[in-house]
Ligand binder design. Structure first.
Ligand SMILES: [Fe+2]
Length: 227
């Protein structure tokens, strides 16, 4: 069954490539939800799949220019838009596809997650990306371990696991965009469909064995300091 129909973004040969890509992401994400794949297997599957993507094709396939113009940039933090894969798509996808737009010097503020995973493919621009394992948390702070600190550009995928690399922080060096694959509600019985823990990384306290204790902060405080 075609995901698209007349007028959908899946028209033409680029459209068919993107349709195949969406189907494969959906299949991997459905398998994760159905507990056929572990989070580690989902991450390596998504990594393999999205690292092989022709970013220009994907941008044409999601009608990037129009979507980016509509999304704009936020004064602090990010501006986001849901990606609609075409009016003929009546199938419920197992993941939420989104575009993130981050202006120069703005950031996807440092945060950890619960009950969700995600993957981020830069489409244009450049970010300084930092990631950390989430070792533990309480209502005041997260204990984290640094894992990644590098510059990433178009086509350079990053993803988070349930604990591994679970905390991330992207600072845009130039106007930048990511294609995001988001899956929430991994544990149907959890109290919250998903949770986000914004972190005051600059106030981190160094613990033994390279661990950091980082205070949690509210969204307005976090946007003011890191957005
Ligand atoms: Fe995140």
């Amino acid at each position: 069954m075609s995901l698209g129909s007349t007028g959908s973004v899946f028209a033409g040969s680029v459209g068919r490539k993107v349709e195949r890509l969406v189907s494969k992401i959906d299949e991997l994400s459905g398998s994760l939800r159905g507990e056929v794949l572990s989070v580690e297997e989902w991450r390596s599957g998504i990594d393999q799949l999205l690292s092989a993507v022709d970013v220009q094709d994907l941008m044409r396939g999601i009608d990037f220019d129009r979507l980016a113009a509509r999304t704009g940039f936020a004064e602090l933090g990010v501006s986001t838009a849901r990606i609609n894969f075409g009016p003929g798509n009546h199938r419920q996808l197992s993941f939420l596809p989104k575009l993130f737009a981050v202006d120069t010097g703005r950031s996807i503020i440092p945060h950890g997650h619960a009950n969700m995973v995600s993957a981020h493919l830069p489409l244009a621009g450049e970010f300084r990306l930092r990631q950390y394992d989430q070792v533990s948390r309480d209502e005041h702070a997260l204990i984290i371990r640094p894992t990644v600190d590098r510059l990433i550009g178009a086509g350079d995928l990053s993803s988070i696991g349930e604990d591994d690399d679970n905390v991330h922080w992207f600072i845009a060096e130039v106007p930048s965009y990511t294609f995001d694959v988001i899956i929430t509600g991994l544990d149907h019985e959890a109290e919250h469909k998903y949770e986000i823990f914004n972190l005051d990384i600059e106030a981190a306290e160094t613990k033994s064995e390279g661990l950091l204790s980082v205070p949690r902060m509210s969204v307005p405080e976090a946007l003011k300091k890191y957005g």
